[in-house]
Design a protein around this ligand. Sequence first.
Ligand code: SAH
Ligand code: SF4
Ligand code: F3S
Length: 434
Amino acid sequence: MKYHIQTWGCQMNEHDGEKLSGLLSAEGFESVETAEEADLVLLNTCSIREKAVHKVYSELGRLRQEKERRPLLVGVTGCLAQQEQAALFKRAPHIDFVLGTMALKQLPRLVAEAREGKARVMDTGEYPDNHLFPPSVTQRQDTAKALVTITEGCNHACTYCIVPTTRGAERHRPCEDVLAEVRGLVARGYREVELLGQNVNSYAGGCTFADLLERVSEVDGLEWIRFTTSHPMNFTKELARVLVTNPKVVPFLHLPLQSGSDQVLKRMLREYTVAEYLERLGYLGEGRSRMTLSTDLIVGFPGETDDDFEATLRVLDEVAFDGSFSFIYSPRPGTPSLRLKDDLPMAEKSVRLARLQQRQLTLTRASNERFVGRTIPVRVETHGPTSHGWWLAHSGEWKTIHLAVEPGRVPPFGELVQARITLASPHFLGAELV
Ligand code: SAH
Ligand code: SF4
Ligand code: F3S
């Protein structure tokens, strides 16, 4: 059996793809690069916004045609699988099996049943040990940093968000488990880990998230620790202190704001006001100046007025985020925000999004320009030059680096090298290998 996994969505889903890949490889299946070469295709889906779902259905359509020509097993995993469950078979009868996000280890059984000819095989159960996936099984992609799950699920209830439905309530991996996995990764040569959870800073696996960071940082040979993602209300003073003082924790924080208007935040059930969000950022103290900050914003949430939107632009400017991810509000099935009146025309929402993204571009450019002339450590992420001739790397601040390397020199994959920043574009920094 040859298999191909196509993953959409966040790092958590990417990492689930690595776990699913490990399970199939343990069965003796072989991983291939394209769906065309595969006997089994897994669509590891995301349903955060409608667009993400459209991509899945369009790929499913393509696979239906492929299936008419040759034998092929099609499985759907990830958040859309968990959300739609058996309804997926109605919508796309050529799907052979559906696997939920909390039943990963059931994959080999589902594949076996589907291979035996059983139709509409499904498991979307909530297995209490799903988050205790054995690290030895995970088959990691060839990346410079390793993804490590610390919590799954979300106990917040933002009114627009599908994630509490698709990922369930929070489950935390015991601290010792996380440490053992990180030690194993370092022994295999990884120098950087990214701790994952829908809300990492509510971590409660035997210690606080701030403690977990400190303990992970004690692993010899580990250089950098990142984490994603954080809810502002779980961002503590203790965590801010670790972020600012621990040299292994990278100087980067992604803290989703969603809106700069208190009225909108309230309808989103974000649990904070703008003032409280800013107060939390203030916990970073003077350490803030050495860090980069990014955020998520939703534009055109039901009832968002001109004033609400202007307030978001003001907070964007006030914080001067180094980067942000912004999207137009997308109504998700079963979420409480569906009941709110949403009468703002889509054209107006698009205008707002464009204005916000334009404003962010200016801020990001300014942020990037501050790096020009500096020499900073960056981690090499490619095995050779791209078609444009440079190597790719990232800095601790999560700046994308296009690294110019003299012929004959080979910067080591996954390791830190010194880069002199020569150029700032809105989307990357140009640099020379020192
Ligand atoms: N747990 C993370 C969010 C994960 S979803 C957190 O709270 O930060 C990533 C981002 O997608 C969210 O921060 C939000 O900005 C966006 N998002 C989620 N649901 C959305 C929706 N229905 N419409 C538009 N954007 C949405
Ligand atoms: Fe969704 Fe809110 Fe949970 Fe983030 S904190 S995953 S936005 S419900
Ligand atoms: Fe998407 Fe699910 Fe992640 S909805 S963003 S894949 S948690």
